[in-house]
Design a protein around this ligand. Structure first.
Ligand code: UDP
Length: 241
């Protein structure tokens, strides 16, 4: 169960924002308005002075376990390449707004990305740039939530923001009326109750690194910035100790 003591929300100096593929588009995998909206949210978040690294999902392009054409592992490979497509889009857009960007991939795609290198990422973030991490974990059977958890640990982020299409974590299916919104809970309880909004592997890594997470509605304008300011927005997930 979640601890009864209300946790103090972290105001990070460095944060990882996980942007799911749904943020880039829907029916059309890449929708200009959606992408401009994401860019705006990232730029707003940077204005407060927090160092920002992004971990990009790929569900708008392909999800290994949902597609019906490829084997699971080939589908996952394609999914990871899909995250790279989104990363290329973000890099291009950020560079157009004069933000220095490093695109680092856990899956080697040499011509378009650099390999994941926490030291280089650290230096780039200190210099005021944005690092975009793609390629997930580089392994099948994982999701980009786990990648966000891993990269946050490696670059010493103080907070992970996970943008979704709901307000945060609910006690059941958010579309059901009796589902209760949970403003905060521990990773332990998230895993125990199998609430499903982040994958268990990611929650376990965050328990290990001790980095809290805010799960918030990416489509609420300014929500990421408010979460970075420690405002009570979304669901705050934190390690027991
Ligand atoms: N994926 C993978 N390993 C990883 C991360 C992602 O195989 O470490 C694949 C997997 O098929 C996944 C797809 O890439 O479904 C897109 O990632 P994800 O589902 O996390 O994207 P999101 O739902 O955040 O858009």
């Amino acid at each position: 169960m979640s601890s009864s003591k209300k946790p103090t929300r972290v105001t990070p100096s460095r944060a990882v924002i996980k942007i799911s593929g749904a943020g880039f588009g829907g029916t059309d995998p890449l929708e200009p308005e959606s992408i401009d909206y994401i860019l705006d949210q990232v730029n707003q978040a940077r204005e407060g002075g927090t160092e920002i690294a992004l971990v990009v999902g790929g569900g708008n392009i392909i999800r290994g376990r949902e597609q019906k054409v490829l084997s699971r592992t080939a589908g996952d490979l394609a999914g990871m390449v899909g995250t790279t497509v989104n990363g290329i889009v973000l890099r291009d857009k950020l560079q157009s707004s004069n933000v220095p960007v490093l695109l680092q991939s856990a899956l080697p795609i040499d011509r378009v990305t650099d390999p994941v290198d926490p030291d280089r990422a650290d230096a780039h973030l200190r210099d005021g740039g944005v690092v975009v991490f793609v390629g997930g974990t580089g392994n099948p059977y994982f999701t980009t939530d786990s990648a966000a958890a891993l990269r946050a640990g490696e670059i010493g982020a103080d907070l992970i923001l996970k943008g979704t299409n709901v307000r945060g974590v609910f006690s059941g299916d958010p579309s059901e009326e009796d589902a209760e919104f949970l403003p905060e809970l521990t990773y332990e309880s998230l895993v125990e109750q199998a609430l499903g909004i982040i994958d268990v592997a990611a929650a376990k890594i965050c328990q290990e690194t001790g980095i809290p997470m805010v799960i918030f509605d990416l489509f609420e304008d300014g929500a990421a910035t408010r979460a970075l300011n420690g405002e009570e927005i979304g669901t705050y997930v934190y390690p027991e100790k």
